[in-house]
Design a protein around this ligand. Structure first.
Ligand code: EVH
Ligand code: ZN
Length: 261
């Protein structure tokens, strides 16, 4: 990992406009700790995930997604900065080609080797993700930083399934996974701000909840992420799925709140 500069995002998805024209609440951002504002009104987060709603894992050509049955309120998130109840629909990760970078958000410019996103939509107000994704209070995404350390036992079940979805558009059944095992032990300390999806459609519909405490995963577990491919089995040139993160976006005067002082 000698190169000092992150390769420009060469994946086709990133050749489009990296910021929505006129977008003033884009993500990801750098979280400057000393500029975040403590908000005592921020409540504890209440994730309530049912492992039986976990369905499949697939490679969508820029990350791998673990998808949940979101046709009922069985796996939900409420509390924190949220006024409504949100349904878990999927989680996925972003990572680098090496451990020096890979996260989308940063804290005082500190990059992490990877970042987990748990994506939820507002089931009090909308009936489908596709509907909620267009609304400014439609989505809630929990961001969790990954750092290299001890092996994460809960993650290993997911890592063991990755070789089955090496290529773009491959899918494998993946059940009985409790997404809560990927949350850090302390979920009371987080930053909250209004932003956007970091991949197309980049809609400005996300209440971001970024955990202060990272989770630890082993070097070898991260290496398996990097064994995935952006390309489908038919393509002649295979491209490693790495650096699937978006560049940081301007804060545009937004305030980042913190749940801790
Ligand atoms: N990376 S993200 O969590 O903002 C996202 N989820 C769905 C599309 N993009
Ligand atoms: Zn993401």
């Amino acid at each position: 990992c000698s190169s000092k500069y992150v390769l420009s995002q060469i994946h086709p998805m990133w050749q489009g406009p990296l910021a929505v024209p006129g977008g003033d609440r884009q993500s990801p951002i750098d979280i400057i700790q000393r500029k975040s504002v403590f908000d005592s009104e921020l409540k504890p987060l209440v994730p309530d995930y049912d492992p039986d709603t976990c369905q499949q894992m697939w490679n969508n050509g820029y990350s791998f997604l673990v998808e949940y049955d979101d046709t009922t309120d069985k796996s939900t998130l409420k509390g924190g900065p949220l006024q409504d109840k949100f349904r878990l629909c999927q989680f996925h990760f972003h990572w680098g080609e090496c451990n020096d970078w890979g996260s989308e958000h940063t804290v005082d410019r500190r990059l992490f080797p990877a970042e987990l996103h748990l994506v939820h939509w507002n089931s009090d107000k909308y009936s489908l993700f596709e509907e909620a994704v267009m609304e400014d209070n439609g989505l809630a995404v929990i961001g969790v930083f990954l750092k290299v350390g001890k092996r994460h036992e809960g993650l290993q079940k997911l890592v063991d399934a990755l070789p089955a979805i090496r290529h773009k558009e491959s899918i494998v059944e993946f059940t009985r996974f409790d997404a809560a095992c990927l949350l850090p032990s302390n979920i009371d300390d987080y930053w909250a701000y209004h932003g956007s999806l970091t991949t197309p459609p980049l809609t400005e519909s996300v209440s971001w909840i970024v955990m202060k405490q990272p989770i630890e995963v082993s070097h070898d577990q991260l290496a398996v992420f990097r064994s995935l491919l952006f390309t489908s089995a038919e393509e002649e040139v295979q491209k490693s799925m790495v650096n699937n993160f978006r560049v940081q976006q301007p804060l545009r005067g937004r305030t980042v709140r913190s749940s801790f002082s």
